[in-house]
Design a binder for this molecule. Sequence first.
Ligand code: HEM
Length: 221
Amino acid sequence: MKHNEFVYMTPMPVRIWHWLNAFGILTLCVTGLQIRFPDYINIFGAYKAAIRLHNTAGVVVSISYILWLLYYLIVAKSLMKLYIPTIEDLKSGIFRQAFFYFLTYFLGKPNPHHSTPDSKFNPMQKAAYLVIMFILLPMVIFSGVLLMYIAPLREVLLILGGIKTLIGTHFLLSCCFTAFLFVHIYLATLGHTPLAHFKPMWNGWEEEEIDDASTEKTVGR
Ligand code: HEM
């Protein structure tokens, strides 16, 4: 016999941040395409309209990122615990998880990671989110701010290699985000049902399927 239990996995501030951020990043990617390839892509009409929308989305993503950081550092105090992989994660956990995603998932085997509110992410998620949230997102925000204020921040720009380097870096970072989005959304559908990981990002609660005989929980990320 199996029964379902609900665990409160994602607090409201994280959910608000996540969807604001997701919408902001999508807007940045689409408007960025028009700004980069204006001869081929025209979704928002005038070129200036695309720039205005791009800058607005950039401000929303930057402010929500700061709030996300403050929330995890000061209120939840769980940033390190949730996002920093352990030595064990790096030595074997990542490979075990990759093996699951590439092979054993398709054989119907259970996820090797069992999520709890204190250990929400599997080792691959920890590594990916660490890079995205602590390297790529700060870099794209920083390069975006420099591009918005080229004249006043001229000195900083010159130290970093000039405008071409900056534009190239900003573009490469946006490619990383686009690639991340595809993988992130695909992996998020691999719960015990395709929407199992989406629901807690919407209402906070994750549904766990419990096997009464083995007390084995079949939820994992
Ligand atoms: C349409 C776009 C997106 C969708 C549909 C989406 C979907 C999801 C889902 C279903 C989860 C929960 C499952 C999991 O933890 O993997 C999640 C969590 C997460 N996503 Fe996304 N995501 C999107 C965009 C983004 C973007 C652009 C970023 C970062 C730049 C991002 C970063 C994260 C992080 C850090 C978490 C864990 C949040 C936490 O519980 O602390 N997501 N996302």
